[in-house]
Design a protein around this ligand. Structure first.
Ligand SMILES: Nc1nc2c(ncn2[C@@H]2O[C@H](COP(=O)(O)OP(=O)(O)OP(=O)(O)O)[C@@H](O)[C@H]2O)c(=O)[nH]1
Ligand SMILES: [Mg+2]
Length: 439
């Protein structure tokens, strides 16, 4: 609503400063991608280099003059910085240049706003935008004042600034309330899925790695039957059937990016909650990106931040069509799939991913036929109680044959409780030593 976006095709002059400090450094190539994603038309890039930002205008006075000239030459009305600006730097720049100035946070917020598809995502972005704006809402030429409707907005005896502040606070409060409602609904859905013991798989990864392409390929390909069950819940959640595993819920998530402003990480924590509570993470990596290792580190840092670093993770090395490498699965010493090389776009290796997923998930679930003697009524009853029995037959020797499926952890707990040895009941394939996280 209040927030100003670059209009589609709006001509912008870009400013990028190289800092000596490694931690401050941003990538100009990625900056261009971000600007294009926002829909602005980059006219030219002004490069600078400083040891630290100028406290008043971020860049020095010489660069500021250069910037002024570039704006005139290119008839641009927008300046975008590849860095975070303080509200006062942004204001000083706007006053001095007489044009709009957007910083890196504002730019990323804008892209998020364009991308948000779900009701919750949209609310989150709007909240982050409003909070970002409220730090910039000071007397002077603010974004909000330039957009004010005027008539009808001004209360008696209030300055425009007070009116703006009041509107902003009311809006923020309203969004919080709506978000609480959406979230409790989603928590309920997640709990229902957990009760139904449906494993959940979250696609995570650096922005542009190909998560959504993979998501679509998986949910549309003939191998996996997309189900509409959760379609109303959130368009980025789908049910898939995976061989030997059964139904799983697949989630697409928001892409990660370097120097994601902390406020934004905060805003998206709830969306990423889906990833934080997944049974398995699929980390999608653009294998053809020269910065691939850096991006992987970034994603792992965010996963740690949201408390998802202990969840088992399968890597997808995507875009092998650009590398001319063959699809394959990489496994660890115990034969557990670690990485799958594929192309989400061409479909090469997609079936290997299906295999790897069932390798990762099937281990999590005990899927077996047990043969029980009549004396083992307690075990039989307990399995029924857990809802683990899929089929039951009696053979001619008076034995019961039970087809069961349940999480391995539950099975092991049950067997321990009854003083039974789980391996006595399981087929050899399901007996192999389990990784620590499963026990
Ligand atoms: N060559 C090639 N391009 C791919 C492949 N997979 C995805 N892409 C392209 O990579 C770009 C990004 O793909 P997306 O699926 O939108 O990536 P994403 O990870 O969902 O990105 P965000 O939602 O921004 O985080 C698109 O232009 C895709 O067409 C692939 O296997 N090969
Ligand atoms: Mg995506």
């Amino acid at each position: 609503m209040f927030f100003e976006r670059p209009n589609a095709g709006e001509t912008a002059v870009l400013v990028h400063v190289d800092f000596q400090d490694e931690r401050e450094r941003e990538d100009p190539g990625e900056f261009l991608e971000l600007v294009r994603s926002a829909g602005a038309e980059p006219a030219t890039l002004l490069n600078g280099s400083r040891s630290r930002p100028d406290p008043r205008t971020f860049i020095g006075s010489g660069k500021l003059e250069e910037l002024r000239e570039l704006l005139a030459v290119h008839h641009a009305e927008l300046v975008i910085f590849n860095h975070g600006l303080s509200p006062s730097q942004e204001r000083n720049l706007e006053r001095s240049l007489k044009c709009r100035v957007l910083d890196r946070t504002g730019l990323i917020l804008d892209i998020f706003a364009q991308r948000a598809r779900t009701h919750e995502g949209k609310l989150q972005v709007e909240l982050a935008q409003l909070e970002y704006m409220s730090t910039r809402l000071v007397r002077g030429w603010t974004h909000l004042e330039r957009q004010k409707g005027g008539i009808g907005l001004r209360g008696p005896g209030e300055t425009q600034l007070e009116t703006d502040r009041r509107l902003l606070r009311a809006r923020i409060k309203a969004i919080h309330k709506r978000l609480d409602k959406v979230r409790s609904q989603r928590d309920q859905n997640r709990r229902a899925r957990a009760r139904a013991e449906i494993p959940s798989v979250s696609l995570v990864g650096y922005t542009n790695a190909g998560k959504s392409t993979l998501f679509n390929a998986l949910t549309e390909s003939g191998v996996y039957a997309a189900d509409q069950l959760f379609a109303t819940l959130d368009p980025t959640l789908r049910r898939l059937e995976i061989d030997d595993v059964g139904p799983v819920v697949l989630a697409d998530t928001v892409g990660f990016i370097r120097h994601l402003p902390h406020k934004l990480v905060e805003a998206f924590r709830a969306t990423l909650q889906e990833a934080a509570e997944a049974t398995l993470l699929v980390h999608v990596i653009d294998a053809a990106d020269p910065d691939r290792e850096l991006n992987v580190e970034q994603v792992e840092a965010v996963l740690k931040e949201i408390g998802a670093d202990a969840i088992p993770c399968l890597r997808v090395m995507n875009k092998i069509d650009l590398l001319d490498s063959a699809p394959r699965i990489e496994r660890d010493g115990e034969g557990r799939p670690e990485a799958v090389w594929l192309s989400a776009q061409s479909g090469q290796g997609l079936e290997l991913l299906g295999e790897a997923l069932s390798g990762c998930l099937a281990g999590d679930v005990v899927d077996a036929e047990l043969t029980l003697a009549p004396a083992q009524g307690r075990l039989r009853a307990a399995l029924h109680e857990l809802g683990a029995v899929r089929q039951e037959r009696f053979d001619e020797h008076g034995q019961t044959r039970l087809e069961i499926r349940l999480p391995r952890r539950d099975f092991l707990q049950l067997m321990a409780r009854l003083g039974e040895n789980a391996d006595d009941y399981l087929p050899p394939a399901q007996r192999e030593p389990r990784a620590e996280w499963e026990l």
